[in-house]
Write a protein that binds this ligand. Structure first.
Ligand code: HEM
Length: 379
């Protein structure tokens, strides 16, 4: 990101701690980012000011994730995932006989995983199961029907190209306008997605209201809060789909780590099931994964996920922030109205923090490993 007025890029973890833990009420999204992202997300929690409304929205959201609700959401997510895995097994796991037909051994991981996560979200929030929703996408002058996961990936990518257009990097006046037919086309795509989500919310609300027109108590806040905010579906699904595909990539590139994960699942997780249990059934996974005994049974797998997030994060830089009043961050005085950007990628590869930062070493998240320490032998 360029900024003609200059921008402070934070790459030291101690400054990030102080910013987010002690001083977060002194910053908001920078105006330029607010303007450009507003077109996509509208009145989102992501863009709202650090005021009372901001505080209340976040409080409502955290209150929505109580234990029973989480269990219900997780059950749905496991069932949707299991459906997908069974689908992949029958479509992709057979020896290839026919090109592009059933049994063709190639799959687009990004598309499949993105679709699976969108399905999980639709399943857990709207109660829709195993529906392959499609939407009509305008793609450089042509129209295609594509799955929702794919739809979001494509329009997201095109939206970022819009943000990083050189004219917008240099001048603010273009932030709210479409510069050409491609941008207008993606804008129409976005409108179609919004209309689709709006319709799902309204259908769901009607269903919850029941025949007598009375709102179902307690269910609305959560739904409205979450889904009227068009940032949420993208934030929840696209970041996670990048993480999933990256984890698979790093495990394939590091066969030792992959073996260790498989071994952990075979020796520590699966033995909790009675012999002969059917692994294709949803109930098997509900029983296995929601049991307190198995919660921490695969620490190495978790370390591989952390290491993937470190080495190739789904989000590499933050959006730009604006300091709302002059504030002291550790030993530095930051003037009111300065802009700040957190460079997560740089933090994650900082050679003062991580030994051999460019190598995939899941053990750096294991407190018993020498890699757990910084190069200066600290933690
Ligand atoms: C690997 C997964 C994820 C990563 C790496 C990730 C990363 C991030 C980052 C870096 C931000 C700050 C963006 C900025 O201000 O510039 C953010 C904000 C946010 N994310 Fe995620 N995210 C992930 C998953 C999710 C999921 C699953 C959800 C929802 C269920 C979610 C909801 C949000 C929300 C609501 C915000 C805005 C928070 C606020 O401003 O108060 N994210 N995420």
């Amino acid at each position: 990101m360029r900024d003609p007025r200059g921008i402070i890029v934070v790459t030291d973890p101690t400054y990030v701690d102080e910013l987010y833990i002690g001083k977060n009420k002194f910053f908001d999204k920078a105006d330029k980012d607010k303007d450009t992202y507003y077109q996509w997300f509208g009145d989102s929690i992501f863009l709202s000011r650090s005021d009372q409304h901001w505080h209340q929205s976040r409080k409502h959201l955290s209150a929505a994730f109580y234990k029973d609700k989480m269990n219900l959401l997780l059950r749905t997510i496991m069932s949707v995932t299991n459906d997908r895995v069974q689908q992949w097994r029958s479509t992709f796991a057979q020896p290839s006989q026919v090109q592009d037909g059933p049994g063709h051994a190639e799959m687009s991981l990004t598309k499949e995983i993105s679709d699976m996560l969108v399905d999980s979200m639709l399943g857990s929030v709207f109660g829709m199961r195993s529906v392959n929703h499609t939407l009509t996408l305008g793609y450089y002058g042509e129209m295609f029907d594509v799955t929702l996961g794919r739809y979001m990936k494509i329009i997201g990518g095109r939206f970022f190209s819009r943000i990083y257009h050189p004219l917008r990097q240099l001048f603010d006046m273009f932030d709210r306008w479409n510069l050409n037919a491609d941008e207008k086309e993606n804008w129409d795509n976005l409108e179609r997605l919004r209309a689709f989500v709006k319709k799902m919310i309204n259908d769901r609300k009607e269903l919850l209201q029941g025949g007598n027109g009375q709102a179902a108590q307690g269910k609305f806040d959560f739904l409205t809060q979450l889904l009227d905010d068009s940032f949420f579906i993208g934030a929840a699904t696209q970041t996670s789909s990048v993480l999933f595909t990256n984890v698979l990539y790093f495990l394939l590139k590091n066969p030792e780590a992959k073996e260790k994960c498989l071994n952990e699942i075979k020796t520590k997780l699966l033995p909790h099931l009675p012999p002969g249990t059917d692994l294709t059934k949803d109930t098997t996974w509900h029983q296995l994964m929601l049991s307190e005994e198995t919660v921490d049974s695969c620490p190495y797998l978790l370390q591989c996920i952390y290491e993937t997030l470190r080495i190739d994060s789904s989000a590499t830089v933050s959006t730009a922030l604006k300091v709302t009043e002059t504030v002291e961050i550790k030993d530095k005085m930051i003037r009111s109205d300065s802009k700040i950007l957190i460079n997560m990628q740089r933090l994650h590869l900082n050679p003062q923090q991580w030994q051999e930062p460019h190598r995939f070493i899941p053990d750096r998240f294991n407190p018993e490993s020498p890699y757990y320490l910084t190069p200066a032998v600290q933690r």
